[in-house]
Design a protein around this ligand. Structure first.
Ligand code: GTP
Ligand code: MG
Length: 195
């Protein structure tokens, strides 16, 4: 995918702020600090359009990025960060749930998982929830640069088995640091965004 234009559009807290141009949307869900915002930057080859941080809890709203005027990435706040208060977690949970259940232009959810570790309970719940509502999911196992290549397949298998991944769902290995998986992920996204 050749990126000619990428821009931050809005940090939305609810439907009245979502863009109205009806372009297809790709959402990124996953644990706090797993690398969702970094993934957006790598996909568009920009260093810091999406704000990233080594401290979890950086992304706090539904952050919309418009790419080439033809697709949006929607960056979610991460889940599972203990230092975020219970009431804040509930607010984020409701905001994300509402988006996922009601957004008609949503085409695909990227469930971002750390390739180094087995999925957390929250990851498993998220995947099951998405499948319960029949949403198309692509699991993206990121930070692949952090483990030796010889262990990649074993780790992929652990993730697939722990999530009990459905036959139609893809899993793609990724590294925002090194760019691996970028072309494959764009190809996959294109199938959903531009069928
Ligand atoms: P929240 O917004 O808090 O939910 O986090 P996030 O999922 O958006 O994570 P973010 O992209 O901010 O990245 C968290 C940390 O992981 C940062 O220090 C990144 O530099 C690092 N990181 C993200 N992706 C990779 C990767 O593929 N490889 C390596 N080595 N580090 C990564
Ligand atoms: Mg983020």
């Amino acid at each position: 995918m050749k990126i000619t234009n990428a821009e931050f559009v809005i940090s939305a807290v609810g439907p009245d702020q979502y863009p109205e141009d009806a372009l297809p949307e790709i959402a990124l869900a996953g644990r706090s600090n797993v690398g969702k915002s970094s993934m957006i930057n790598r996909m568009i080859n920009r260093k810091n359009l999406a704000r990233t941080s080594s401290t979890p809890g950086k992304t706090q709203h539904l952050n919309y990025y418009r790419i080439n005027d033809e697709v949006y990435f929607v960056d979610f706040p991460g889940y599972g960060y203990a230092k975020v208060s219970k009431s804040q977690r509930e607010v984020w949970g409701k905001m994300i749930e509402k988006y996922l259940l009601e957004r008609e232009t949503l085409q695909l959810v990227l469930l971002v998982i750390d390739l180094r570790h087995p999925p957390s309970k929250d990851d498993e719940l998220m995947y099951d929830w998405l499948k319960h509502y029949d949403l198309p999911v692509c699991v993206v196992a990121t930070k692949a640069d952090k483990i030796p290549k010889s262990r990649w397949q074993k780790h992929l298998k652990i993730i697939k088995e722990a999530l009990v991944m459905r036959a139609g769902d893809q899993i793609i290995m990724f590294s925002s640091e090194e760019g691996m998986g970028r072309d494959e992920l764009w190809a996959h996204i294109s199938r959903f965004a531009f069928p």
